[in-house]
Design a protein around this ligand. Structure first.
Ligand code: UD1
Length: 418
């Protein structure tokens, strides 16, 4: 699972280029399987989660190959297999996105109940209820989701929670439904908008993505497309937090700054300077960090995926900060590891109380999940002495060239034997 040693306390400065969005790329790959022919996706990060989606695409009968840096060619035949293999499907949560794509385009799908980071229970009930509303017959048995539909019919679907995955799955399925589908209380994340833009480029008729009401008129006559994915706002936010806590100046290139407003606002409130340029952000800090309160929310709220890195920043602020997690039930596993490094954080239900500032010291820590991995790396860069990061494979699931990017910014690190 990988181990790295990180020697903390060295200044981190320079420029870093953000990769294409992991979460958008995963959805685009699933969506691409609906259009027979050759689709080309650009800016796709070479990370393990993408490789898993490609392995699934190949198992379904598609051809997938890299044809340049970040350029992915997907050749989709008419008529795909409809079973997502268990070994790949259970590894990542995004494998559930094949459900909507396969039911829509092939009329049936068999997908293992998805895995992914352990952030507490991650049900797919909203995905399944929505598919049933579109006319699919859906059942779950022996750890498999089975869905069938001779034809899908447009419907009005209200999501109890603006789930990103459910919105994406249902948007894909609805493209093939006859008539209009309206998804209410839809997720507004930029990755949902990116998927809608891609589906429209492939012939779909989707309006309203980015608001909480999405309207889809079907059925779609598919055509393959060439499409560039948006930059990864979570990776960008991670580097901004890193720059703010380490001092910078750090220039983060290839960003859409509107996607990062909730993060920029909190960093400024905490005392960092964030300057916006054309497609880039620069962060630095001269004075001490101030405590701030953070509540994770669906977009455009503060992203849950940046909650763990934010805990590290707040551990260096002078005073007490409260971080409330409202999206996932179990997203404070990183706290135990941060405590090992000297952070004063206590978890009370869905809130973490962070008392700063406490100096961090190197320790051996185990990475519990992807975003916690980013947080622990930042903590290691700040800490006195060497930190051993265990289970770094977790990080490589979602951050492209993570160690190279850090080394270029001045980090001192080394891979360790397992
Ligand atoms: C996506 C992102 C993930 C991010 C999350 C929230 C991908 C591949 N992953 O995950 O990085 O942290 O959005 O921004 O895009 N829920 C239900 N029933 C459902 C579906 C979800 O109760 O059917 C709950 C989940 O348990 C969770 C909350 O809704 O508590 C949010 O989940 P969701 O928005 O669906 O996240 P994902 O799409 O899994």
């Amino acid at each position: 699972m990988g181990r790295y040693g990180v020697e903390g306390g060295h200044p981190l400065q320079g420029s870093v280029k953000v990769s294409g969005s992991k979460n958008a790329s995963l959805a685009l790959i699933a969506a691409a399987t609906m259009a027979p022919g050759v689709t080309v996706l650009e800016g796709i990060p070479a990370i393990r989660d993408v490789e898993v989606m490609l392995a699934i695409t190949r198992a379904l009968g598609g051809e997938a190959q890299w044809v340049g840096a970040g350029r992915l060619s997907l050749r989709i035949p008419t008529g795909l297999n409809t079973t997502v293999p268990f070994a790949e499907g259970r590894q990542i949560r995004a494998s559930s996105l094949f459900l909507g794509a396969l039911v829509a385009a092939q009329g049936r799908a068999e997908v293992p109940l998805p895995g992914g980071c352990d952030l507490g229970p991650r049900p797919v009930d909203l995905h399944l209820k929505g598919l049933a509303a579109l006319g699919a017959q859906v059942e779950v048995e022996h750890g498999l989701i089975k869905a069938r539909a001779k034809s899908l019919e447009g419907a009005r679907i209200y999501l109890d929670f603006p789930s990103v995955g459910a919105t994406e799955n249902l948007m894909m399925a609805a493209c093939q439904a006859r008539g209009q589908t309206v998804i209410e209380n839809a997720a507004r994340e930029p990755e949902v908008v990116d998927l809608a833009n891609f589906l429209n480029a492939m012939g779909a008729h989707i309006r309203g993505a980015g608001t909480d009401v999405i309207k889809i008129d079907g059925p779609t006559v598919w055509r393959p497309a060439t499409y560039s994915v948006i930059p990864d706002r979570i990776e960008a936010g991670t580097f901004l937090i890193m720059g703010a806590v380490c001092g910078g100046p750090l220039r983060v290139v290839n960003v859409i700054s509107t996607h990062l407003q909730p993060v920029i606002a909190k960093l400024r409130e905490a005392g960092a300077t964030v300057e916006e340029g054309e497609g880039l952000l620069e962060v630095y800090r001269e004075g001490p960090l101030a405590p701030v309160h953070v509540k994770t929310m669906p977009y455009p709220g503060f992203p849950t995926d940046l909650q763990s890195p934010m805990l590290v920043l707040l551990s260096q602020a002078r005073g007490t900060s409260i971080v409330v997690e409202t999206v996932f039930d179990n997203r404070f596993q990183v706290v135990q590891e941060l405590q090992r490094m000297g952070a004063n954080i206590r978890v009370e239900g869905s809130a973490a109380v962070v008392v700063g500032s406490t100096p961090l010291c190197g320790a051996e820590v185990q990475i519990p999940d992807l975003r916690a991995g980013a947080a622990l790396t930042i903590a290691a860069l700040l800490a006195r002495g060497e930190t051993i990061l265990d289970r770094t494979g977790c990080l490589e699931r979602g951050y492209e060239n993570w160690w190279d990017k850090l080394t270029r910014l001045g980090a001192r690190l080394r891979p360790l034997p397992e």
